[in-house]
Design a protein around this ligand. Structure first.
Ligand code: SF4
Ligand code: FES
Length: 368
C-alpha cells in the first residue's frame, strides 16, 4: 500500500491518499478552506474542469520539487503531491481570479434572481455576492435562447445555463438513455434535446438537484413559493424502485408539501443515503408524492444559519441567530470579520421585535 501524501492548505496540513485532488483534500480540512465549485460534483464521474471557480495557488509543488506552480490551478482537476503547499483563502491572487471567473460566468447569465426559482439556493448567486462586482462592464446584449419544452417535469431556462455539464453526466450515469446534451459550439453551445425529445426517464428529476443555477427547475414547484418561506423536513418512504433511496427533503408551507428534493450535504451535493449509496431519488418520489401521508417525517432539516433558508426560522438552525460573533471562530486561517447587527443600523427594525420569532414574513404591523 502506498504511503499517504502530506499537503498543506491555508496553513493546515492533512494527509490524503495519492491521487486525491487538491479540492478533495481541502474538503477534508473543511469550512471556507474548501474552494467553491460550480461544475465539479464528487458523485458524478468526469465532472469538473469546466468553470474555473475552484482555482487555487500552489505555492510549493512538492517536497522533491518545491517550485511554485506558475499559474493558478483548478483544484478539482489537480492531484496533490507529497509536501505540496496550497493557498486558497490565504492567497492574494485567488480572490481576484475568482472575481474574474464570476464576471465571466455572469456575462450571459440574466440577473433575474427576483423571479428565478433557484434564488436562495443558487451557487452562482452565492458566488456573485461573495466575489461579484457591483456593476457590469459588458456592453453586448446577453445571449438568449428560444424557450424549449423538454417535458412534463423539468423547465429548461437555457439563458441561465453556465454549461457545467452536470446534468449531462447525471443523465448519462443515472438513466438508461440520455436524451439531452450540449449541442453546438462556443457561443452557440446550449443544452438541448436536439429533436424536441422529452426528458422523462424515471431518474431524470435528479438533474434539477445537480444544476448549480436555475436553468433546470421543477415544473411542479415553479413560481409556487420562495424557498425561504418554506419549511424543509427530512422524510422517507419505502419506495418500490430499487435504485431510489426514498430519503428526501420535503419543502412545506403549512401542511402542504410544495416540493420534494434529494437531501444535500454540506457541499451542496446529493447526500449519501443511510444504505451508504448516493441519495438519488426517483421521479415518483419527487413529483408524485406531494402528501404528508406518503412520507414518514423524521424532523426539521438542519440548515446552516447563514443560509437564506434559515431566515424563515422554520428549519432547525445551527447555533443562535442575531448574535455578533467573530467569524475567525468558524473560518480557520482568515482575518476576523464581524457579522453586522442589523438593529444598530436600521431604524425600522426594533431590538424588541424578534424577526426570527414572527410566524411568517414580517409585516409593518409587527413594528407597531
Ligand atoms: S442546465 Fe444546469 S446542470 Fe445542465 S449544464 Fe446548464 S447549468 Fe449545468
Ligand atoms: S469546480 Fe473546478 S473547474 Fe469547475
Amino acid at each position: 500500500m502506498s504511503e499517504n501524501f502530506k499537503v498543506t492548505i491555508d496553513n493546515i496540513t492533512v494527509e490524503v491518499a495519492p491521487g486525491t485532488t487538491i479540492l478533495e483534500a481541502a474538503r477534508k480540512v473543511g469550512g471556507a478552506v474548501a474552494p467553491p465549485t460550480m461544475c465539479y460534483y464528487s458523485k458524478l464521474e468526469g465532472s469538473g474542469g469546466k468553470c474555473r471557480t475552484c482555482l487555487v495557488e500552489v505555492s510549493k509543488g512538492s517536497e522533491k520539487d518545491p517550485r511554485p506552480m506558475p499559474k493558478l490551478v483548478a483544484s478539482c482537476r489537480t492531484t496533490v503531491m507529497d509536501g505540496m503547499e496550497v493557498k486558497n483563502i490565504t492567497s492574494e491572487k485567488v480572490p481576484d481570479a475568482r472575481a474574474g471567473v464570476t464576471e465571466f460566468l455572469l456575462l450571459n447569465h440574466p440577473l433575474d434572481c427576483p423571479v428565478c426559482d433557484q434564488a436562495g439556493e443558487c451557487d452562482l448567486q452565492d458566488l456573485g455576492y461573495e466575489h461579484g462586482k457591483e456593476g457590469t462592464r459588458t456592453e453586448f446584449p446577453r445571449r438568449t435562447f428560444a424557450p424549449e419544452d423538454i417535458g412534463p417535469y423539468i423547465q429548461l431556462h437555457m439563458n441561465r445555463c453556465i454549461l457545467c455539464y452536470r446534468c449531462v453526466y447525471t443523465a448519462e450515469q443515472l438513466t438508461e438513455r440520455r436524451e439531452h446534451g450540449v449541442l453546438d459550439r462556443g457561443e452557440h453551445s446550449r443544452i438541448s434535446t436536439c429533436i424536441k425529445n422529452s426528458l422523462d426517464n424515471e431518474f431524470i428529476g435528479n438533474v434539477i438537484d445537480v444544476c448549480p443555477v436555475g436553468a433546470l427547475t421543477d415544473k411542479t414547484f415553479r413560481f409556487k413559493n420562495r424557498v425561504w418561506f418554506t419549511k424543509p423536513l427530512d422524510a422517507h418512504r419505502n419506495c418500490s424502485n430499487p435504485n431510489c433511496c426514498g430519503e428526501v427533503r420535503l419543502w412545506m408551507r403549512g401542511d402542504e408539501v410544495y416540493r420534494v428534493t434529494a437531501r444535500k450535504d454540506e457541499w451542496g451535493e446529493v447526500a449519501t443515503a443511510s444504505n451508504g449509496k448516493t441519495g438519488w431519488i426517483c421521479n415518483e418520489c419527487r413529483f408524485d408524492k406531494k402528501d404528508t401521508k406518503d412520507w414518514v417525517i423524521e424532523g426539521p432539516t438542519n440548515i446552516n444559519r447563514h443560509s437564506v433558508i434559515s431566515q424563515g426560522h422554520y428549519a432547525g438552525t445551527e447555533g443562535t441567530a442575531g448574535k455578533a460573533e467573530k467569524l475567525i471562530d468558524k473560518v480557520i486561517g482568515q482575518e476576523p470579520k464581524y457579522t453586522l447587527d442589523i438593529h444598530s443600523v436600521s431604524e425600522v427594525n426594533k431590538p424588541s421585535v424578534h424577526l426570527d420569532r414572527i410566524p411568517g414574513p414580517a409585516h409593518s404591523n409587527d413594528f407597531k
